[in-house]
Design a protein around this ligand. Structure first.
Ligand code: HMG
Ligand code: MG
Length: 302
């Protein structure tokens, strides 16, 4: 069995992580968190979302955050945009890497962005066309690829169908999301080959939430199919307020610990991620869930 020698880990903590926090976090603390992550060696740090402030009040300061973070050559500070208004807000502060987001569940798409899947493809079609014309890099998310929080059935064929449409719009990369952390490795075994028949493997990322403890097993299953881009969140922060029961992304520390111990390179400094997690933990009202983070912190106190 040959696994990828190098993996790109895309850091989600400041966006997927903070969007789910109830404590009001100051703009300065968000900027400090992102700057610490930017220094850790990722080439992708998701920074914030230019969505409706009514939908995600925690990220209402997106423009200030984006303006104040330290930019670093080679690091994409990607921002979520749900429509042309979000695109224009993001561009006004100089964002050159965006993510559009839809899903394979109609019920989730309606609750999350108040559109049908087809409407979202039409809205994002305009956004992606404009982005490409302006030289902006684009990621597309397909959420609820392993199950919907609203009980509607999601099949691999439905995931492939939405993915194909997003790629046809001109997305540079797709991220396939287990939004509510229900997926298991046998689903990965079915889904990756189905996607790979239409989309080059090196343009496919996987985005696992760890709600039921299956995220690292899913990462390993995807690695075996040649997937080499994974989303993860510092300390295991994360969740979508529009997906009941969703908890954090797989912890970046957990993914890095596993990959590095297996001899797979990432270019990311685990100790620096841990420092970023420690910082954000100091402004939150709860413990971080990443097991590797907890273990390293406990050992360092001995
Ligand atoms: P809507 O209410 O249908 O939109 O929301 P609307 O166009 O009717 O506008 C309503 C109001 O919002 C108007 O203001 C607009 O101007 C304003 P009002 O006239 O009432 O004062 N508005 C905006 N303001 C700022 N920026 C904008 C914007 N757009 C409209 N971009 C909408 C539709 C899509 C806007 C809304 O539902 C929304 O923002 N949703 C975002 C939800 C979200 O961020 N969810 C979490 C991210 S997805 C996720 O976490 C999953 C992921 O991690 C992968 C995975 O885990 O699977 C990516
Ligand atoms: Mg997510």
């Amino acid at each position: 069995m040959s696994l990828p020698a190098r993996v790109r880990v895309c850091e989600m903590g400041a966006r997927d992580g903070l969007q789910n926090e109830h404590t009001v976090i100051s703009t300065g603390d968000k900027v400090r968190f992102i700057d610490l992550l930017t220094d850790a060696g990722f080439d992708y740090v998701e920074a914030t979302s230019f969505v409706s402030p009514k939908a995600i009040p925690q990220l209402a300061d997106a423009a200030d955050v984006f303006t104040r973070i330290r930019k670093k050559p080679g690091v994409r500070h990607t921002v979520l945009v749900p429509n042309m208004k979000g695109y224009e807000r993001a561009r006004a502060v100089g964002a050159d890497s965006i993510a559009v987001f839809t899903a394979s569940s109609e019920a989730f798409t309606k609750r999350n962005i108040n559109m049908t899947i087809d409407e979202s493809i039409a809205v994002f079609g305009d956004v992606v066309r404009r982005a490409k014309a302006e030289g902006v890099w684009v990621r597309g998310y397909v959420s609820t690829a392993f199950g919907s929080p609203f009980g509607d059935r999601v099949t691999p064929a439905m995931v492939v169908n939405v993915s194909r449409k997003l790629m046809a719009l001109g997305c540079d990369e797709l991220s396939i999301g287990d939004t509510i952390g229900v997926g298991v490795p046998s689903q990965v075994d079915e889904l990756v080959p189905a996607l790979a028949r239409e989309i080059p493997l090196d343009r496919l990322a996987f985005h696992f939430h760890d709600t039921r403890g299956t995220a690292l097993a899913n990462v390993y299953a995807a690695l075996q199919h040649g997937i080499s881009i994974f989303d993860a969140s510092s300390g295991g922060l994360g969740g979508c307020p529009y997906a009941p029961g969703a908890t954090g992304n797989v912890g970046t520390e957990d993914v890095l610990y596993m990959l590095h111990a297996m001899g797979i390179e990432t270019g990311v400094d685990l100790d620096k991620v841990r420092a970023a997690s420690r910082f954000i933990a100091s402004v939150l009202d709860h413990m971080l869930t990443s097991k590797a983070f907890q273990a390293m912190e406990a050992l360092s106190k001995k």
